[in-house]
Design a protein around this ligand. Structure first.
Ligand SMILES: *[C@@H]1O[C@H](CO)[C@@H](O)[C@H](O)[C@H]1NC(C)=O
Ligand SMILES: *[C@@H]1O[C@H](CO)[C@@H](O)[C@H](O)[C@H]1NC(C)=O
Ligand SMILES: *[C@@H]1O[C@H](CO)[C@@H](O)[C@H](O)[C@H]1NC(C)=O
Ligand SMILES: *[C@@H]1O[C@H](CO)[C@@H](O)[C@H](O)[C@H]1NC(C)=O
Ligand SMILES: *[C@@H]1O[C@H](CO)[C@@H](O)[C@H](O)[C@H]1NC(C)=O
Length: 474
C-alpha cells in the first residue's frame, strides 16, 4: 500500500507526465496545423504585380483553345463593331460569346458564322432596388463574366478574357502571355489607362475593360459566386471594370500588369504610340473608332484588317520595336513590325526611341502630367523629325525569311540634317525588312535586333535577327 505522501507524489508525477504528454500533443498538433495553414496559404497565394516578362512558362501548352472570351456588346452597337470583331475572331478556333441586351432583328439573322455566337444577357430587374449607377447597362455588362463562366466552365477552360465590342484582341499573343501564370491560382491580368486622369478617377490598379483583361479559372469562379454581393456593395460605380476591380480586390487579389493591353484613352493620331510599343507582345487595341485610322491612306476598318495581315504571318512580332543603325550615313531606323518605320537622319539611342512621339492627344487634360509615360514632342527639325513609312505588303513567305515592305507615307518637307553630314533620306521611298521565320518552339517574346543591309535605287533593306546577349551600341 502506498502512503498518502507517496500516493500524492505518484499522482503529481503521473499528472506531471500527463501534462507534459498533453503539452507535447498540443505542440505536435500545433506544428502540424501550422504546416497545414502555411501550405494552404502558400498554394493559394496569388502572384501579383509581376511585371517581369521573362518568367519561364508555367503552362507551356496553354493555347487559344483554353481561353473563353466574353464580349460586352448591345443590340445598338454590335453592327458597327462587327468588322472590328471579325478582324480578330477566328471561327471554330476562338471560344466565347458576344452578349447583347436583346436579340438581333430578322434583318441580321441568320447570325454570321464569322462572329462569336451571341447570348442575350439575363434580366437585371432584380437589381433595381439598389441600382444607382449612372450608366444604364453597367450591371448587365459587369455580369458578362458570370454569364460567360456559367456558359463554359469545363475542365479545358483555363482563362476567361473579357473585352468590349470595340476591342481588337491578338488572341495567340494573349494565350502566349498567360502561359507565364499558373491558371490554377488567382490571377487578374490587365493594364490601366495611358492617362493619369482616367486612372485617378478609377484606380491605378484596375484593369481597364476596353483594353481587355484575363481572369484565371478559379478567380472567375470566385467572382461569379460573389458577384451579387459586389453589385450590392458598389451600387453607384461608373464602370463595370471598376466594380470588377473592387470585387476582385475584396477577394484579396491584385492586378498583374501586362503591357500589351491597350485601353487607348486617346484621340487623333496614335502612330507615335504604336511606333514605340513596349517590349512586350501586343495583346489588344481599343477605341480605334475614336482615333484617326492607324494607316493614314486607309479607313479605320481597312486599317485594322491591314494590321491583321501582318499578325496572320507572325502575331508575336506585331508592333515589336527593333532599331537599326547605318553608321556611315548617321541614320537610325526604328521599326514597329507590321506597322511603321521611323527613319531619322541622326544617330538616336534606343532609350530615346522607346519614348513615344506625341502625335496623339488625351481624352481629357484635367490632370498634369497627362500620361503614365514620357512622350517626345514632334519637332519640325531636320535632325529630329523622322521620315515616316508604313507597312504596305508582304513580299514572300516562302523559304526561311519573311519579307515585309514599308512605303513612305508622305514627303518629309525638310532639308537634310546638316550637323550629321548632310545625308538626305528623301530619295528612299521603300524599305524592305527581312526576318527569319520563327519556329513555334522559339521564345517569341524576345526582342529582335536589326542590321542595315544596304540600299539600291530608292529602296533600303534591313534584316532582323535575334539579339546577342549584350548588344553594343555600335
Ligand atoms: C491546344 O492544346 C490542346 C491540348 O492541351 C490541344 O488539344 C489543342 O488542339 C490545342 N489547340 C490549338 C488551337 O493549338
Ligand atoms: C465551323 O464548324 C462548323 C461545324 O463544325 C462548320 O460547318 C463551319 O463551316 C466551320 N466554319 C469555319 C469558318 O471553318
Ligand atoms: C516645317 O518647316 C518647314 C521649313 O523648315 C516648313 O516649310 C514647313 O511648313 C514646316 N512644317 C510644319 C508642320 O510646321
Ligand atoms: C556623323 O555625325 C557626326 C556628328 O554628330 C559627324 O561628326 C560625323 O562626321 C558624321 N559622320 C558621317 C559619316 O557623316
Ligand atoms: C547638302 O547636300 C545637298 C545635296 O547633295 C547639296 O546640294 C547641298 O549643297 C549640301 N549642303 C551643304 C551645306 O553642304
Amino acid at each position: 500500500m502506498l502512503s498518502l505522501k507517496e500516493a500524492k507524489i505518484t499522482m503529481s508525477l503521473s499528472s506531471n507526465g500527463l501534462v507534459s504528454w498533453m503539452l507535447r500533443l498540443i505542440l505536435i498538433f500545433g506544428l502540424y496545423l501550422c504546416i497545414l495553414i502555411c501550405l494552404f496559404f502558400f498554394s493559394y497565394e496569388p502572384k501579383s504585380l509581376s511585371t517581369d516578362t521573362n518568367l519561364s512558362p508555367y503552362d507551356p501548352d496553354t493555347n487559344v483553345s483554353h481561353l473563353v472570351i466574353g464580349i460586352a456588346s448591345s443590340f445598338k452597337s454590335w453592327r458597327y463593331r462587327k468588322p472590328y470583331i471579325e478582324s480578330w475572331w477566328r471561327p471554330n478556333v476562338t471560344r466565347g460569346f458576344i452578349f447583347l441586351d436583346r436579340a438581333p432583328d430578322y434583318k441580321h439573322l441568320p447570325w454570321p458564322s464569322s462572329m462569336p455566337p451571341y447570348r442575350i444577357s439575363e434580366d437585371t430587374l432584380r437589381y433595381n432596388e439598389f441600382n444607382k449607377h449612372k450608366v444604364r447597362h453597367v450591371i448587365r455588362i459587369t455580369r458578362v463574366i458570370e454569364e460567360t463562366y456559367n456558359a463554359e466552365n469545363g475542365d479545358d477552360v483555363r482563362w476567361y478574357v473579357i473585352a468590349d465590342d470595340d476591342t481588337i484582341l491578338f488572341v495567340n499573343n494573349v494565350a502566349e502571355v498567360l502561359r507565364k501564370y499558373d491558371h490554377n491560382k488567382y490571377f487578374y491580368v490587365g493594364m490601366p489607362s495611358e492617362c493619369i486622369d482616367s486612372n485617378a478617377a478609377f484606380s491605378f490598379k484596375m484593369a481597364f475593360g476596353g483594353a481587355g483583361y484575363a481572369l484565371s479559372y478559379p478567380l472567375a469562379r470566385a467572382v461569379a459566386k460573389n458577384l451579387d454581393l459586389c453589385l450590392k456593395r458598389y451600387p453607384t460605380f461608373y464602370g463595370s471594370d471598376q466594380i470588377m476591380h473592387s470585387c476582385i480586390a475584396d477577394l484579396g487579389v491584385s492586378l498583374t500588369l501586362e503591357k500589351g493591353f491597350h485601353q487607348i484613352d486617346l484621340h487623333r493620331d496614335i502612330s507615335g504610340l504604336l511606333s514605340a510599343h513596349p517590349q512586350s507582345l501586343a495583346l489588344s487595341l481599343h477605341h480605334l473608332d475614336a482615333v484617326d485610322p492607324i494607316f493614314p491612306t486607309m479607313n479605320r476598318i481597312e486599317s485594322v484588317n491591314h494590321l491583321m495581315k501582318a499578325a496572320k504571318v507572325d502575331e508575336s512580332r506585331v508592333l515589336q520595336q527593333s532599331i537599326c543603325y547605318e553608321i556611315h550615313k548617321n541614320w537610325t531606323l526604328s521599326i514597329s513590325w507590321g506597322y511603321s518605320i521611323h527613319f531619322y537622319e541622326a544617330i538616336i539611342p534606343s532609350s530615346i526611341l522607346q519614348v513615344p512621339l506625341e502625335t496623339f492627344s488625351p481624352i481629357s487634360r484635367m490632370a498634369w502630367p497627362i500620361y503614365m509615360f514620357k512622350t517626345r514632342r514632334l519637332l519640325n527639325h531636320s535632325c529630329e523629325a523622322p521620315h515616316v513609312f508604313f507597312f504596305h505588303s508582304i513580299e514572300t513567305t516562302e523559304g526561311s525569311h519573311l519579307e515585309m515592305i514599308y512605303i513612305r507615307s508622305s514627303p518629309r518637307g525638310l532639308p537634310a540634317c546638316l550637323s550629321t553630314g548632310n545625308h538626305s533620306a528623301d530619295h528612299i521611298s521603300e524599305i524592305r525588312v527581312l526576318a527569319p521565320i520563327r519556329r513555334s518552339n522559339e521564345d517569341r517574346s524576345r526582342r529582335e535586333c536589326c542590321d542595315y543591309v544596304g540600299m539600291s535605287m530608292n529602296s533600303a533593306t534591313l534584316k532582323l535577327r535575334s539579339c546577342m546577349e549584350v548588344e553594343t551600341f555600335f
